[in-house]
Design a protein around this ligand. Structure first.
Ligand code: THU
Length: 132
C-alpha cells in the first residue's frame, strides 16, 4: 500500500487543533491509515487530575476499534505546530498492539518502523508463548 503521508500529517494537525490541553498547552493530534484504507484519528484530552490525561494515540486506538478494528499501517502524530511529536512510551506499546513491528511512524527525517521505536517489545505473542 502506498502511504499518503501528506494527508496523514494534515489530518493529524487538524486533530491537534481539537485537543483539550488546558494544563500542558501541548496540543497533540494523530491520524493513521488502516490495512483496509480507513483513516482513524485522535487528539489528547487532559484532565484536572493530571494523571488521567488521554494521549492522542489513545483516542486514535479507540477510533480504530469503534470504526471496525483492523491493523494500523502508518501513523502521523504531531503537535500544535504541525511537526512530528515522539509518541510517549505508553503509546508506543498501545500502537505496537494494533500495528505490530512494521507499523510506520512519520518522522522529521522520514518514516520509522515501530520495531526501531520499541525494540524487543513485549506483545500479544508473548501472552501466547510465555504462559506457564
Ligand atoms: N501527549 C500525547 O497526546 N501523546 C504522546 O505520545 C505524548 C504526550 C500529550 C499528553 C499531554 O496532554 C500532553 O501531550 C503533554 O504531555
Amino acid at each position: 500500500m502506498s502511504i499518503d503521508w501528506e494527508t496523514l500529517r494534515r489530518e493529524a494537525a487538524v486533530m491537534a487543533q481539537r485537543a483539550y490541553a488546558r494544563y500542558s498547552r501541548v496540543h497533540v493530534g494523530a491520524c493513521a491509515v488502516t490495512d483496509d484504507g480507513r483513516l482513524v484519528r485522535g487528539c489528547n484530552v487532559e484532565n484536572a487530575s493530571i494523571g488521567l490525561t488521554l494521549c492522542a494515540e489513545c483516542g486514535l486506538v479507540s477510533d480504530l476499534a469503534a470504526s471496525g478494528g483492523g491493523r494500523l499501517v502508518a501513523i502521523s502524530v504531531v503537535a500544535g505546530d504541525g511537526k512530528p511529536l515522539a509518541p510517549c512510551g505508553r503509546c508506543r506499546q498501545l500502537l505496537f498492539e494494533h500495528g505490530g513491528a512494521g507499523l510506520l511512524l512519520d518522522g522529521e527525517h522520514g518514516p520509522v518502523r515501530m520495531d526501531a521505536l520499541l525494540p524487543g517489545a513485549f506483545g500479544p505473542d508473548d501472552l501466547d508463548t510465555r504462559a506457564t
